[in-house]
Design a protein around this ligand. Sequence first.
Ligand SMILES: [Zn+2]
Length: 346
Amino acid sequence: MRATVFHAPGDVRVERVPDPKILKPTDAVVRVTHACICGSDLWFYRGDSKWEAGWRTGHEWMGTVEDVGAEVRTLKKGDRVIAPFAYSDGTCEFCKKSVQTSCVEGGYWGGADDDGGQGEAVRAPLADGSLVKVPDAVKDDEAMLMRLLALTDVMGTGHHAALAAGVKKGATAAVVGDGAVGLCGVLAAKRLGAERIILFGRHATRIAIAKTFGATDVVSERGEEAIAKALEMTGGGPECVLECVGSESSMEMATSIARPGGAVGYVGVPMGSLKGLNLRRMFSENIALRGGVAPVRAYIPELLNDVIAGKLDPSPVFDMTVDLDGVPGGYAAMDDRTAIKVMVKP
Ligand SMILES: [Zn+2]
Protein backbone atom coordinates (compact mmCIF):
# COMPACT_ATOMS: atom_id res chain seq x y z
CA MET A 1 0.00 0.00 0.00
CA ARG A 2 0.96 3.67 -0.06
CA ALA A 3 1.30 5.84 3.04
CA THR A 4 2.90 9.07 4.22
CA VAL A 5 6.39 8.78 5.68
CA PHE A 6 8.37 11.45 7.51
CA HIS A 7 11.89 12.07 6.17
CA ALA A 8 12.97 15.35 7.77
CA PRO A 9 11.45 18.67 8.92
CA GLY A 10 9.54 20.08 5.94
CA ASP A 11 9.87 16.75 4.10
CA VAL A 12 7.07 14.17 4.19
CA ARG A 13 6.60 11.78 1.25
CA VAL A 14 4.01 9.25 0.07
CA GLU A 15 5.69 5.88 -0.43
CA ARG A 16 5.10 2.15 -0.82
CA VAL A 17 4.96 0.41 2.57
CA PRO A 18 3.94 -3.10 3.64
CA ASP A 19 0.21 -3.87 3.59
CA PRO A 20 -1.22 -4.01 7.10
CA LYS A 21 -2.36 -7.43 8.27
CA ILE A 22 -3.86 -8.98 11.40
CA LEU A 23 -1.04 -9.66 13.87
CA LYS A 24 -3.02 -10.07 17.08
CA PRO A 25 -6.53 -11.54 17.56
CA THR A 26 -7.72 -8.15 18.86
CA ASP A 27 -6.64 -6.32 15.65
CA ALA A 28 -8.69 -5.02 12.77
CA VAL A 29 -7.47 -3.94 9.34
CA VAL A 30 -9.26 -0.84 8.10
CA ARG A 31 -9.24 0.75 4.63
CA VAL A 32 -8.86 4.51 5.24
CA THR A 33 -11.50 6.61 3.45
CA HIS A 34 -10.98 9.93 5.28
CA ALA A 35 -8.01 11.32 7.19
CA CYS A 36 -6.64 14.69 8.27
CA ILE A 37 -3.50 16.72 8.70
CA CYS A 38 -3.39 18.22 12.20
CA GLY A 39 -1.94 21.34 13.76
CA SER A 40 -0.04 19.04 16.11
CA ASP A 41 1.52 17.27 13.07
CA LEU A 42 3.17 20.62 12.38
CA TRP A 43 5.32 20.31 15.49
CA PHE A 44 7.39 17.48 13.94
CA TYR A 45 6.95 18.97 10.44
CA ARG A 46 8.67 22.14 11.70
CA GLY A 47 11.29 20.15 13.58
CA ASP A 48 9.99 21.32 16.98
CA SER A 49 9.24 17.82 18.21
CA LYS A 50 11.08 14.55 17.81
CA TRP A 51 10.07 12.41 14.85
CA GLU A 52 12.48 10.12 13.06
CA ALA A 53 13.05 9.48 9.36
CA GLY A 54 10.93 6.54 8.23
CA TRP A 55 8.20 7.09 10.79
CA ARG A 56 4.58 7.09 9.64
CA THR A 57 2.35 10.10 10.03
CA GLY A 58 -1.30 10.88 10.73
CA HIS A 59 -3.43 10.29 13.83
CA GLU A 60 -6.89 11.24 12.53
CA TRP A 61 -8.71 8.73 10.30
CA MET A 62 -11.95 6.94 9.50
CA GLY A 63 -12.56 3.99 7.22
CA THR A 64 -14.15 0.65 6.39
CA VAL A 65 -13.24 -2.57 8.18
CA GLU A 66 -11.61 -5.10 5.83
CA ASP A 67 -10.60 -7.78 8.30
CA VAL A 68 -10.88 -8.57 12.00
CA GLY A 69 -8.96 -10.85 14.37
CA ALA A 70 -10.54 -13.88 16.06
CA GLU A 71 -11.23 -12.04 19.34
CA VAL A 72 -12.87 -8.91 17.89
CA ARG A 73 -16.53 -8.88 19.06
CA THR A 74 -18.09 -5.52 18.16
CA LEU A 75 -16.97 -5.03 14.54
CA LYS A 76 -17.21 -6.95 11.27
CA LYS A 77 -15.99 -6.64 7.70
CA GLY A 78 -17.77 -3.74 5.94
CA ASP A 79 -18.46 -1.67 9.07
CA ARG A 80 -17.57 2.00 8.82
CA VAL A 81 -15.58 3.18 11.84
CA ILE A 82 -14.18 6.31 13.47
CA ALA A 83 -10.78 6.06 15.17
CA PRO A 84 -9.89 8.30 18.12
CA PHE A 85 -6.32 9.68 17.83
CA ALA A 86 -5.10 7.19 20.45
CA TYR A 87 -6.00 3.50 20.64
CA SER A 88 -7.02 1.88 23.92
CA ASP A 89 -8.39 -1.38 25.31
CA GLY A 90 -11.50 0.07 26.95
CA THR A 91 -11.13 -2.24 29.94
CA CYS A 92 -8.24 -1.01 32.09
CA GLU A 93 -8.44 1.27 35.15
CA PHE A 94 -7.82 4.41 33.09
CA CYS A 95 -10.15 3.54 30.24
CA LYS A 96 -12.89 2.96 32.81
CA LYS A 97 -12.19 6.46 34.19
CA SER A 98 -12.53 7.89 30.65
CA VAL A 99 -8.82 8.67 30.47
CA GLN A 100 -8.24 6.41 27.49
CA THR A 101 -5.10 8.35 26.53
CA SER A 102 -3.46 6.81 29.60
CA CYS A 103 -4.58 3.28 28.72
CA VAL A 104 -2.06 0.73 30.04
CA GLU A 105 -2.16 -1.15 26.70
CA GLY A 106 -2.85 1.85 24.47
CA GLY A 107 -0.81 3.88 22.02
CA TYR A 108 -0.83 6.47 19.25
CA TRP A 109 -1.15 6.02 15.48
CA GLY A 110 1.93 6.52 13.37
CA GLY A 111 5.51 6.65 14.50
CA ALA A 112 7.95 3.75 14.42
CA ASP A 113 5.63 0.81 15.10
CA ASP A 114 2.12 1.73 14.01
CA ASP A 115 0.44 2.65 10.75
CA GLY A 116 -0.47 6.31 10.47
CA GLY A 117 -3.80 7.63 9.24
CA GLN A 118 -2.34 9.47 6.22
CA GLY A 119 -2.23 6.25 4.19
CA GLU A 120 -4.44 3.73 2.39
CA ALA A 121 -5.01 1.35 5.31
CA VAL A 122 -4.27 0.82 9.00
CA ARG A 123 -3.75 -2.17 11.30
CA ALA A 124 -5.82 -1.12 14.32
CA PRO A 125 -4.75 -2.76 17.58
CA LEU A 126 -7.40 -3.13 20.36
CA ALA A 127 -10.14 -2.64 17.77
CA ASP A 128 -13.09 -3.27 20.13
CA GLY A 129 -11.87 -0.71 22.69
CA SER A 130 -10.74 1.88 20.16
CA LEU A 131 -12.93 2.04 17.07
CA VAL A 132 -16.48 3.40 17.08
CA LYS A 133 -18.95 2.10 14.52
CA VAL A 134 -20.74 4.66 12.37
CA PRO A 135 -24.46 3.81 12.11
CA ASP A 136 -25.28 2.17 8.77
CA ALA A 137 -27.94 4.81 8.11
CA VAL A 138 -25.28 7.44 7.45
CA LYS A 139 -22.32 5.34 6.36
CA ASP A 140 -22.46 6.61 2.77
CA ASP A 141 -23.52 10.20 3.52
CA GLU A 142 -20.40 12.17 2.54
CA ALA A 143 -21.46 15.44 4.21
CA MET A 144 -22.19 13.61 7.46
CA LEU A 145 -18.89 11.72 7.28
CA MET A 146 -17.00 15.00 6.96
CA ARG A 147 -18.65 16.20 10.18
CA LEU A 148 -17.83 12.92 11.93
CA LEU A 149 -14.19 13.13 10.80
CA ALA A 150 -13.62 16.02 13.23
CA LEU A 151 -14.51 13.71 16.13
CA THR A 152 -11.24 11.80 15.63
CA ASP A 153 -9.41 14.70 17.32
CA VAL A 154 -10.22 18.42 17.02
CA MET A 155 -13.91 18.38 18.04
CA GLY A 156 -13.22 16.02 20.96
CA THR A 157 -10.20 18.12 21.95
CA GLY A 158 -12.18 21.38 21.82
CA HIS A 159 -14.85 19.69 23.94
CA HIS A 160 -12.22 18.53 26.44
CA ALA A 161 -10.94 22.12 26.77
CA ALA A 162 -14.47 23.44 27.39
CA LEU A 163 -15.19 20.75 30.02
CA ALA A 164 -11.82 21.33 31.72
CA ALA A 165 -12.47 25.10 31.79
CA GLY A 166 -15.77 24.40 33.55
CA VAL A 167 -18.08 25.77 30.83
CA LYS A 168 -21.73 25.57 31.89
CA LYS A 169 -25.04 27.17 30.87
CA GLY A 170 -24.79 30.98 30.95
CA ALA A 171 -20.99 31.01 31.29
CA THR A 172 -18.57 33.50 29.76
CA ALA A 173 -15.78 31.67 27.97
CA ALA A 174 -12.66 32.86 26.16
CA VAL A 175 -10.84 30.79 23.54
CA VAL A 176 -7.12 31.31 22.95
CA GLY A 177 -6.17 29.88 19.54
CA ASP A 178 -7.91 30.16 16.16
CA GLY A 179 -6.79 26.86 14.67
CA ALA A 180 -9.18 23.93 14.21
CA VAL A 181 -9.00 23.03 17.92
CA GLY A 182 -9.73 26.62 19.00
CA LEU A 183 -12.64 26.88 16.57
CA CYS A 184 -14.01 23.57 17.85
CA GLY A 185 -13.53 24.94 21.37
CA VAL A 186 -15.92 27.77 20.45
CA LEU A 187 -18.42 25.19 19.13
CA ALA A 188 -18.01 23.05 22.26
CA ALA A 189 -18.51 26.03 24.61
CA LYS A 190 -21.65 26.96 22.69
CA ARG A 191 -22.90 23.37 22.90
CA LEU A 192 -22.36 23.37 26.70
CA GLY A 193 -24.45 26.55 27.02
CA ALA A 194 -21.92 29.37 27.20
CA GLU A 195 -23.70 32.72 26.73
CA ARG A 196 -20.69 34.83 25.81
CA ILE A 197 -17.75 33.39 23.85
CA ILE A 198 -14.69 35.55 23.19
CA LEU A 199 -12.23 34.44 20.51
CA PHE A 200 -8.64 35.68 20.43
CA GLY A 201 -7.70 35.87 16.77
CA ARG A 202 -6.87 38.11 13.81
CA HIS A 203 -7.52 35.91 10.75
CA ALA A 204 -10.70 37.05 8.94
CA THR A 205 -11.73 33.61 7.64
CA ARG A 206 -11.21 31.95 11.02
CA ILE A 207 -13.11 34.72 12.81
CA ALA A 208 -16.01 34.27 10.37
CA ILE A 209 -16.16 30.54 11.12
CA ALA A 210 -15.91 31.23 14.86
CA LYS A 211 -18.92 33.53 14.63
CA THR A 212 -20.98 30.84 12.89
CA PHE A 213 -19.83 28.46 15.68
CA GLY A 214 -21.11 30.84 18.36
CA ALA A 215 -18.40 33.40 19.10
CA THR A 216 -19.96 36.66 20.33
CA ASP A 217 -16.80 38.78 20.66
CA VAL A 218 -13.33 38.88 19.08
CA VAL A 219 -10.11 40.25 20.55
CA SER A 220 -7.53 40.93 17.85
CA GLU A 221 -5.04 42.84 19.98
CA ARG A 222 -1.86 41.09 21.12
CA GLY A 223 -0.02 40.67 24.41
CA GLU A 224 -0.68 43.16 27.24
CA GLU A 225 -3.17 45.09 25.11
CA ALA A 226 -5.24 41.93 24.55
CA ILE A 227 -5.10 41.04 28.25
CA ALA A 228 -6.25 44.55 29.23
CA LYS A 229 -9.07 44.46 26.68
CA ALA A 230 -10.31 41.05 27.84
CA LEU A 231 -10.29 42.10 31.50
CA GLU A 232 -12.06 45.35 30.68
CA MET A 233 -14.76 43.87 28.42
CA THR A 234 -15.67 41.22 31.05
CA GLY A 235 -15.32 43.33 34.16
CA GLY A 236 -12.44 41.29 35.57
CA GLY A 237 -12.03 38.29 33.26
CA PRO A 238 -14.01 35.32 31.85
CA GLU A 239 -14.52 32.50 34.36
CA CYS A 240 -13.71 29.87 31.69
CA VAL A 241 -10.64 30.05 29.42
CA LEU A 242 -9.79 27.44 26.75
CA GLU A 243 -6.07 27.31 25.92
CA CYS A 244 -5.84 25.64 22.51
CA VAL A 245 -2.28 26.26 21.24
CA GLY A 246 0.40 25.16 23.71
CA SER A 247 2.69 28.13 23.21
CA GLU A 248 4.20 30.42 25.84
CA SER A 249 2.13 33.42 24.71
CA SER A 250 -1.16 31.51 24.62
CA MET A 251 -0.72 30.13 28.16
CA GLU A 252 0.35 33.54 29.39
CA MET A 253 -2.78 35.01 27.87
CA ALA A 254 -5.01 32.33 29.33
CA THR A 255 -3.64 32.47 32.88
CA SER A 256 -3.56 36.28 32.86
CA ILE A 257 -7.23 36.81 31.98
CA ALA A 258 -9.09 34.04 33.84
CA ARG A 259 -11.49 35.44 36.44
CA PRO A 260 -10.62 34.95 40.11
CA GLY A 261 -11.94 31.52 41.09
CA GLY A 262 -12.16 30.56 37.42
CA ALA A 263 -10.39 27.87 35.39
CA VAL A 264 -8.14 27.42 32.38
CA GLY A 265 -8.78 24.26 30.34
CA TYR A 266 -5.59 23.54 28.41
CA VAL A 267 -5.34 21.11 25.46
CA GLY A 268 -2.55 22.59 23.34
CA VAL A 269 0.47 20.24 23.16
CA PRO A 270 2.86 22.04 25.58
CA MET A 271 5.51 23.58 23.35
CA GLY A 272 6.65 26.45 25.56
CA SER A 273 3.41 26.88 27.52
CA LEU A 274 5.15 26.06 30.79
CA LYS A 275 7.05 29.35 30.56
CA GLY A 276 3.77 31.21 30.01
CA LEU A 277 2.12 30.03 33.20
CA ASN A 278 1.25 33.08 35.30
CA LEU A 279 1.45 30.96 38.46
CA ARG A 280 1.65 33.92 40.83
CA ARG A 281 -1.69 35.24 39.57
CA MET A 282 -3.17 31.72 39.52
CA PHE A 283 -2.14 31.37 43.15
CA SER A 284 -3.36 34.77 44.34
CA GLU A 285 -6.67 34.50 42.42
CA ASN A 286 -7.35 30.76 42.90
CA ILE A 287 -7.38 29.99 39.19
CA ALA A 288 -7.47 26.28 38.36
CA LEU A 289 -5.59 24.67 35.48
CA ARG A 290 -7.14 21.45 34.15
CA GLY A 291 -6.94 19.48 30.95
CA GLY A 292 -4.30 17.62 29.00
CA VAL A 293 -4.25 15.29 26.01
CA ALA A 294 -7.91 14.78 25.18
CA PRO A 295 -9.40 11.28 25.74
CA VAL A 296 -11.58 11.75 22.65
CA ARG A 297 -12.65 8.06 22.71
CA ALA A 298 -14.71 8.98 25.79
CA TYR A 299 -16.52 11.75 23.91
CA ILE A 300 -17.12 10.20 20.47
CA PRO A 301 -20.43 8.46 21.34
CA GLU A 302 -22.20 11.61 22.63
CA LEU A 303 -20.71 13.90 19.98
CA LEU A 304 -21.60 11.40 17.23
CA ASN A 305 -25.23 11.39 18.37
CA ASP A 306 -25.38 15.19 18.20
CA VAL A 307 -23.75 15.25 14.76
CA ILE A 308 -26.23 12.71 13.41
CA ALA A 309 -29.11 14.58 15.06
CA GLY A 310 -27.99 17.69 13.14
CA LYS A 311 -27.16 19.56 16.37
CA LEU A 312 -23.37 19.71 15.82
CA ASP A 313 -21.38 20.45 12.64
CA PRO A 314 -17.64 21.07 12.97
CA SER A 315 -16.95 20.42 9.25
CA PRO A 316 -16.33 24.10 8.31
CA VAL A 317 -12.83 23.71 9.82
CA PHE A 318 -11.93 21.63 6.76
CA ASP A 319 -11.08 24.21 4.15
CA MET A 320 -8.84 22.07 1.89
CA THR A 321 -9.15 18.51 0.56
CA VAL A 322 -6.32 16.49 -0.98
CA ASP A 323 -5.76 12.95 -2.16
CA LEU A 324 -2.79 10.94 -0.91
CA ASP A 325 -0.36 12.54 -3.37
CA GLY A 326 -1.52 15.93 -2.14
CA VAL A 327 -0.48 15.30 1.49
CA PRO A 328 2.95 17.02 1.26
CA GLY A 329 1.22 20.09 -0.22
CA GLY A 330 -1.39 19.91 2.53
CA TYR A 331 1.33 20.07 5.19
CA ALA A 332 2.83 23.12 3.47
CA ALA A 333 -0.58 24.85 3.33
CA MET A 334 -1.21 24.30 7.06
CA ASP A 335 2.36 25.31 7.86
CA ASP A 336 1.95 28.70 6.16
CA ARG A 337 -1.60 29.02 7.57
CA THR A 338 -3.26 29.20 4.16
CA ALA A 339 -5.33 26.20 5.26
CA ILE A 340 -7.03 25.80 8.64
CA LYS A 341 -7.33 22.03 8.40
CA VAL A 342 -6.78 19.61 5.53
CA MET A 343 -8.96 16.59 4.83
CA VAL A 344 -7.25 13.68 3.06
CA LYS A 345 -9.22 11.31 0.79
CA PRO A 346 -6.72 8.48 0.05
ZN1 LIG B 1 -7.21 0.95 28.78
